[in-house]
Design a protein around this ligand. Structure first.
Ligand code: SF4
Ligand code: SF4
Length: 218
């Protein structure tokens, strides 16, 4: 792998939940609209869950901070592109789940339909993979067709608030650490989830319990 591969920083302190990233993911990957059309569940969060055609989802959660102020927090859910991917460890065919040599992107390929999908999904600490009508495992592919041609993933391209940054992993790690320091005044609990274990680095301002987001077990 070239150097340490690639990573992406999701800075939730900059996210205002416009969901342009969700739309861009659908468009670039030619993913169908959810069917049936989700109904209003009393939240702006939509659709309610990941699916074989919904690889990226912005979750919403309201909580009260210790000082009594209200936090309305947004956090992204999608494949974390784990450094040592548990999903790959349970596959029988080396080609069904691969790790791109240059970027480190974890790719669920044709062939996963012949694997035990339940084993793949159960192995994922973040409950990400979803099965399509053909039995194939589907999830974020880090826009591998874009990044191997020098482009950033479509979500990063679409974000209007600079909340998504893609680049060399060492640079993104340094950026994430610097950002945690920079926001300490406003967010003394700021942290980067699973910093050393994943390529999708999610920076939270408030404690993780203030977000609707599945994290890796301790
Ligand atoms: S988040 Fe889940 S699906 Fe993605 S690489 Fe990690 S184990 Fe695999
Ligand atoms: S495009 Fe950017 S600001 Fe909009 S929901 Fe996604 S991460 Fe948040």
């Amino acid at each position: 792998m070239a150097a340490n591969g690639k990573s992406m920083l999701i800075d939730t302190t900059k996210c205002f939940a416009c969901r342009s990233c969700q739309v861009a993911c659908k468009q670039w990957n030619e993913l169908a609209a959810e069917s049936p059309v989700p109904t209003n569940r009393g939240t702006y969060e939509n659709p309610p869950d990941l699916s074989a055609t919904q690889w990226l989802l912005i979750h919403f959660k309201e909580t009260e901070r210790a000082d009594g102020s209200m936090a309305w927090n947004f956090a992204r859910n999608s494949c974390r592109h784990c450094i040592d991917a548990p999903c790959k460890q349970v596959t029988n065919n080396a080609d069904s789940i691969t790790v791109d040599a240059d970027t480190g992107a974890v790719l669920h390929n044709a062939g996963t339909e012949s694997e035990s999908f339940n084993a793949i999904r159960s192995a994922c600490p973040f409950d990400i993979p979803r099965k399509d009508a053909d039995g194939r495992s589907r999830k974020c592919r880090m826009c591998i067709d874009r990044i191997t041609n020098g482009e950033v993933p479509s979500c990063a391209k679409a974000c209007p608030s600079d909340a998504i940054t893609f680049g060399d992993r060492d640079d993104i790690l340094a950026m994430a650490d610097a950002r945690v320091t920079a926001v300490q005044g406003e967010f003394p609990n700021a942290t980067v989830l699973d910093r050393d274990a994943v390529r999708l680095l999610i920076l939270l301002g408030d404690p993780a319990s203030s977000y609707k987001l599945q994290t890796a077990p301790a």
